[in-house]
Design a protein. Structure first.
Length: 116
C-alpha cells in the first residue's frame, strides 16, 4: 500500500518557523516531481511548492517564495518543507503529493496554525 504521511505541523507565533516532513512508504517517488499543497479553512486546496525528481529545480508560489524551502532526501524517500517567518495566512492543513497530484496519494496532512 502506497502512503504519504506528513508530520511536523503545530502551533507557532507569527514570525516563527516549522519544518514539515513527508515520508513515503510502499514505493519510491525518486523519479517523480513532488509537491506541497495546503488547504485553509473554507478554501480550496492550493499549490505551495514543487521539487523536481532530481532535486535540482524547485518552485514556490509567490506568497511563500522567500520564506519556504522545499527539499528532498531520496535515500529516505522523504520530502521536506522548511517554513520561515510564518504568517497567519499560512494557517492550513499541509499535504504532500506528486506534482501534478494524484488522488490516491493524498495523506492525512499536518495542521499548521500561526497565531498573531
Amino acid at each position: 500500500q502506497v502512503q504519504l504521511v506528513e508530520s511536523g505541523g503545530g502551533l507557532v507565533q507569527a514570525g516563527g518557523s516549522l519544518k514539515l516532513s513527508c515520508r513515503a512508504s510502499g514505493r519510491t517517488f525518486s523519479s517523480r516531481n513532488m509537491g506541497w499543497f495546503r488547504q485553509a479553512p473554507g478554501k480550496e486546496r492550493e499549490f505551495v511548492a514543487v521539487i523536481a525528481w532530481n532535486g535540482y529545480i524547485t518552485y514556490n508560489r509567490d506568497s511563500v517564495k522567500d520564506r519556504f524551502t522545499i527539499s528532498k532526501d531520496s535515500n529516505t524517500n522523504t520530502v521536506y518543507l522548511q517554513m520561515y517567518n510564518l504568517q497567519p495566512d499560512d494557517t492550513a492543513v499541509y499535504y504532500c503529493n506528486t506534482n501534478p497530484p494524484m488522488g490516491e496519494y493524498w495523506g492525512p496532512g499536518t495542521q499548521v496554525t500561526v497565531a498573531t
